[in-house]
Design a protein around this ligand. Structure first.
Ligand SMILES: NC(=O)c1ccc[n+]([C@@H]2O[C@H](COP(=O)([O-])OP(=O)(O)OC[C@H]3O[C@@H](n4cnc5c(N)ncnc54)[C@H](OP(=O)(O)O)[C@@H]3O)[C@@H](O)[C@H]2O)c1
Length: 252
């Protein structure tokens, strides 16, 4: 059995590799854009850039984890993922795992279109798949929560986020155990929280417009609006089932 993980120079992919190596003696390969950034021993490294499909080499791979790329332009990301998915089909990969987003097919989140497109492209290949629909990382919010004043437009909207590391462990479990064929996992934290609850007296209720005027990037404001609207609030059981324990709550 050969397991290949993309995005392994990133925080999520790197953690998945470490967990997979802990859990199995199977052959582990990484496909990374920048091999000089990958320093773990005991792993075959293949250079591969989603923007240059001719560089992607998924030959001989039984299980492929495509970690979604991080470009800000949706059209670019959709093409990057399409390139990787087409190469998985061309190279006869046995089973494709993809890091998606919660409710990718129905979500009103602006990032959902990228993940919906990737899921559709994977289904269209006819390959066996597993969609790891990751909820929000706790880490997205730690800088904001660490400020002396925590100004958000979320009101008391709740977020069922989870530590990135717990989501990486879930991916590693799925890659190293049987029974995930054509499964769609909604991977949220075991509990939800709100900014007023966690920030306490530091919390300030501001509008989306206030945040834009203060220079906050529009995509962050979009996420705050989604939190306010309850889009990220629902706690699902799948992460806890995969990792065999509740996810760690947010701590500031
Ligand atoms: N659930 C959430 O809250 C959340 C938050 C942020 C991001 N995400 C998504 O989850 C992914 C993993 O998260 P992360 O924290 O590990 O992000 P990260 O640390 O920024 O890692 C992104 C990875 O994608 C790789 N990548 C980017 N463009 C590529 C390309 N053209 N070809 C091949 N690889 C490419 C990067 O390679 P280099 O090292 O060469 O740059 C890096 O390894 C992100 O890329 C993003 O799609 C989810």
């Amino acid at each position: 059995m050969t397991i290949l993980i993309t995005g392994a120079t990133g925080q999520f992919g790197g953690a998945v590799v470490r967990y997979v190596l802990d859990r199995t003696d199977e052959q582990v390969i990484v496909s990374v854009r920048s091999p000089e950034k990958f320093t773990l021993e005991g792993v075959e490294v293949r250079q591969g850039d989603f923007d240059r499909p001719e560089t992607l080499d998924f030959r001989g791979v039984d299980k492929l984890l495509i970690v979604s790329a991080d470009a800000h332009d949706s059209a670019v990301r959709i093409q990057q993922h399409a390139n990787a998915i087409a190469k998985a089909k061309e190279h006869g990969v046995g089973h494709v795992f993809y890091t998606s987003v919660t409710d990718a097919d129905t979500s009103t989140l602006s990032v959902a279109e990228v993940h919906k497109a990737a899921e559709e492209a994977i289904r269209a290949t006819g390959l066996t798949f597993t969609f790891l629909r990751n909820g929000m990382y706790h880490e997205n919010y730690l800088d904001t929560l660490a400020q002396d004043v925590v100004a958000t437009s979320t009101k008391d909207g709740r977020v069922a986020s989870a530590p990135r590391d717990d989501l990486a462990l879930a991916a590693a479990v799925a890659l190293t155990t049987d029974g995930h064929e054509n499964a769609v996992y909604e991977l949220t934290g075991s509990t939800s929280w709100s900014f007023p609850e966690v920030a306490g007296e530091k919390f300030r209720d501001v509008s989306d417009e206030d945040l834009i005027a203060a220079g906050m990037p529009p995509f962050v404001v979009d996420f705050f609006a989604a939190i306010r609207e309850g889009v990220l609030a629902e706690v699902r059981p799948d992460l806890e089932k995969l990792i065999g324990r509740p996810s760690r709550p947010i701590a500031v």
